[in-house]
Design a protein around this ligand. Structure first.
Ligand SMILES: [Zn+2]
Ligand SMILES: [Zn+2]
Length: 258
């Protein structure tokens, strides 16, 4: 399984990266299968550096805040109007409101279904969907809107199986701990810092991301969704206080092979 950071800046695009978007790929022996988790502002263009959208097998949207989904409109335009012909529909797993939110962002009416670009499937906690050699399972997240984290299991480079999980946006909660249980790789948001953000029910801090990784016993923690105004060393130091394992901070184009 290969994980590529297409974009990782929190809450908006940043000076060195587009907003949230992560490409998860695995080979089944005949071809490479590709899932993109979130398509935040600027990510559609950056994705073109890594993948021909013709080869995309599924999109998984964590929630419909703008910083995670507005580039679905770009994906729609690319798929419908490509001069060499329409690309056809791609599976799009996400909140029940995803189609409506694409309409709102795009400025279209209820007659626009986007069915020729997307096969919308509403995420359901614990209900796995198979994408080639990978399975993707949504878990309820704790955020002010309908939100999910995703656990993805697939083949490892050495012929075994590996599991990764992506928190989306969430505060600490039992279902996200359940999602992260024993994964090899946890991509966790750390949008808040302990010093500046007392608000609960919205985001993890670096410390709470570290606590999640420690409690779930993950193999590696990668912190992401850090805003441009935050020094990444702050959430990193917070996470290091509570998690014993390896920790990275996501940057655009970072890759891991599992
Ligand atoms: Zn966000
Ligand atoms: Zn959000």
């Amino acid at each position: 399984m290969k994980i590529t950071v297409v974009g990782c800046t929190g809450s908006m695009s940043g000076p060195n990266s587009s907003a949230s978007s992560y490409l998860i790929q695995a080979d089944d022996g005949t071809r490479t299968w590709s899932i993109i988790c979130d398509l935040g502002p600027g990510s559609m263009g950056q994705l073109l550096n890594h993948l021909d959208p013709r080869d995309l097998d599924a999109i998984a949207i964590s929630h419909c805040h703008a910083d995670h989904m507005v580039d679905l409109v770009g994906m729609h335009v690319y798929r419908r109007w490509h001069p060499q012909g329409a690309l056809g529909p791609v599976l799009c797993i996400g909140p029940s409101v995803t189609r409506d939110r694409v309409r709102g962002t795009d400025g279209t009416t209820a007659e626009e279904t986007y069915d020729t670009e997307f096969t919308f499937v509403t995420a359901q906690h614990g209900h796995s969907i198979t994408v080639g050699p990978m399975t993707i399972t949504p878990f309820d997240a704790l955020h002010p809107v309908e939100a999910y984290g995703y656990r993805i299991e697939g083949p490892s480079v050495d012929g075994g199986r590996v599991t990764m999980a992506y928190t989306g946006d969430t505060d600490s909660c039992d279902t996200i701990t359940q999602m992260a249980q024993g994964v090899d790789f946890l991509l966790s948001e750390a949008a808040f810092t302990e010093q500046h953000d007392p608000v609960r029910g919205m985001h993890l801090t670096g410390r709470r991301a570290g606590e999640l990784a420690q409690e779930a016993g993950v193999g590696r923690l990668v912190l992401t969704h850090i805003q441009p105004w935050t020094d990444t060393n702050i959430p990193l130091a917070e996470a290091r206080e509570v998690f014993d394992g390896p920790i990275d901070v996501a940057t655009a184009e970072s890759q891991w092979m599992l």
